[in-house]
Ligand binder design. Sequence first.
Ligand SMILES: [Zn+2]
Length: 280
Amino acid sequence: MSIELPEARILAGQMEKELLGKRIVSYELADYERLQKIGMLNKDERSFNRLVDREIKSIVSRGNSILVKFDSAMNLLISPEYGGKIFFHASEKAVSGKFHLKLVFGDGTVLTTRLTSMGVIFAVNDEELKRSYTYMRDFNPQVNSPLDEGFTFDRFSGLLSENNRMLKAVLVGKDAVLVGLSNSAFQDVIYRARLHPKRKAGELREDEQQALYDAIKTVVEERFRLGGKDEFYDLYGKQGSYTPAMGPRMRDHSCPLCGTSIEKLSLGGGRVYICPECQV
Ligand SMILES: [Zn+2]
């Protein structure tokens, strides 16, 4: 259950509504040693002590990340991009289910966060934040988000034309030309655009560039409008209702457009499901 741009934006909006101006009175970390070992949570758990008695000043999202800014130059960076659950609770008694981080606020309300796959939870000051790979990737103003006003077709077309790598590397990961898409959205996008994932960006015709641009906008905006993907639960536990057009659930199915069996490719360290007939 990946949390990509649309879901991160939904959560950040709900967190802003519930948590802005609140002060943390205590926190609890649970079941976190494995996360520390693989760099998904602060190496020194006492880093979270610095959040206690701090007040939340802003909550924003960009790319697949949620950034909570506190007074005294402290931050909480949450990026559960390959899976996570972030829930708001009216009181500590209302907390059920596992969490990695629990934050308790002055009014007794609670926020719990659990990573269910790769992602990060970091308590960092402003200086440490700038050294975080996830922050530098998702909050880099030089790299467009599909929701930025500056993300126009002309801009996107220019970025594709000067890039001769395969579409996967151009749209997903650390060298991507935009933030907020990971493997899940990528499969959905290129199926809708009828493009094969191994196509080179610089070789796309203008109508193919346009189809790709439109598919990115559609997937991101529809997922946001429909409350996230259908495997996603928002801050209040409400399930999203966006169903991806392509992805792992299409395994052993045939293409709804042409009836051809869906194929699985291994590409760039991940699996990509495609219709070999429609995507050329
Ligand atoms: Zn097809």
